[in-house]
Design a protein around this ligand. Structure first.
Ligand SMILES: Cc1ncc(C[n+]2csc(CCOP(=O)(O)OP(=O)(O)O)c2C)c(N)n1
Length: 327
């Protein structure tokens, strides 16, 4: 993305705006296509959380690594994923990042430093920690950003990983996306703490909480944590407070009845991270037509990704067992 500077230029912010739109429009399309039954498996959408992935990945270099979650499309796009092989992967097609065998929840693209989305809650945390140990032992200078949710921060994998990463000063940034729910359980019903970042103290690393709907705030916190990791000073826990607009997965009927109110959803929609950046860009003197042009280009790119996915073949039955295990 070319950011990583202390101060973000207008060009950096426009780049972030484009990436956030890619994540949003890609998934708005997934809503439609999933409802038509064209996508096998489950789709957990990231709509509302885009500022986290984009703010964090803007602080990384292309050779840095990320691990993702079951809600991983935004992470993949922010780290440089191309919409066409991503959409093809969601359709189960041979032209997808994992040749159609990963689907929405298991996209990986090692060439982009994407070590994989993961259906196991908290499963990416030890993977990121191991990758950070590897980077340290190889002296590669790489940093690993590890995305996970508030629910995942209750898993043993979280506590064991943070403990060892702090002890060994591993180059990893733990990014907790506190979107307030683990499926239908609110944070207040699964944790006695308000800020998950306080857990960092127990392991001897810095912990910060930021507004996860403010891409610049996320970027600033991530940048500091990435620099700290790169200098050999060890991990940081960055908690980003945000919200998911859709149900837990597509097909979860909850849009304001069972576990959260319509008013709550509406309140968070008003804090839309994309609208917020748009307002900021306009205030900085960017013309509305420039933003409209970006919006139209991204919409077109999403349409092309769907066409590409639709026209791609399914993998051959003969390849059922290839690319499943590392060779
Ligand atoms: C080890 C494990 N336990 C339980 C589940 C079932 N499960 C899927 S998503 C989820 C909630 C995850 O919540 P959080 O980590 O906050 O992520 P979010 O869905 O909010 O992004 C659970 C319990 C699972 N996939 N893996």
């Amino acid at each position: 993305m070319g950011a990583r500077a202390t101060e973000l230029s207008q060009e950096d912010l426009l780049c972030m705006y484009r990436k956030m739109l890619e994540a949003r429009y890609f998934e708005e399309k997934v809503v439609e296509i999933y409802a038509q039954g064209l996508m096998p498996g489950l789709a957990h959408l990231y709509i509302g959380q885009e500022a986290v992935a984009v703010g964090v990945c803007a602080a990384l270099k292309p050779e840095d690594l990320i691990t993702s979650t079951h809600r991983g499309h935004g992470h993949c796009i922010a780290k440089g994923g191309d919409l066409k092989p991503m959409m093809a992967e969601l359709f189960g097609k041979a032209t997808g990042y994992c040749r159609g065998k990963g689907g929405s929840m298991h996209i990986s693209a090692f060439e982009l430093g994407i070590l994989g989305a993961n259906g196991v809650v908290g499963g990416g945390i030890p993977i990121a920690t191991g990758a950070a140990l590897s980077a340290k032992m190889r002296g590669s200078g790489q940093v690993v950003a590890c995305f996970f949710g508030d629910g995942a921060s209750n898993q043993g994998s979280f506590h064991e990983s943070l403990n060892i990463a702090a002890l060994w000063k591993l180059p990893v940034v733990y990014v907790c996306e506190n979107n307030r729910y683990g499926i239908s359980v609110s944070q207040a019903r699964h944790q006695a703490i308000e800020n998950i970042s306080v857990r960092a103290q127990a392991y001897g690393m810095p912990g910060v909480t930021v507004d996860g709907n403010d891409v610049e705030a996320v970027y600033r916190a991530a940048r500091e944590a990435v620099e700290r990791a790169r200098q050999g000073s060890g991990p940081t826990l960055v908690e980003c407070k945000t919200y998911r607009w859709r149900g837990h997965h597509e097909g979860d009927p909850n849009q304001g009845q069972r576990y959260r109110s319509r008013e709550e959803i509406q309140e968070w929609k008003e804090k839309c991270p994309i609208k917020r950046l748009r307002t900021k860009l306009l205030a900085k003197g960017v013309s509305p037509s420039k933003l409209e042009e970006i919006e139209a280009t991204v919409r077109e790119a999403v349409e092309q990704a769907v066409e590409y996915a639709n026209n791609s073949p399914f993998p051959s039955i003969k390849e059922a067992f290839s690319d499943v295990y590392a060779e």
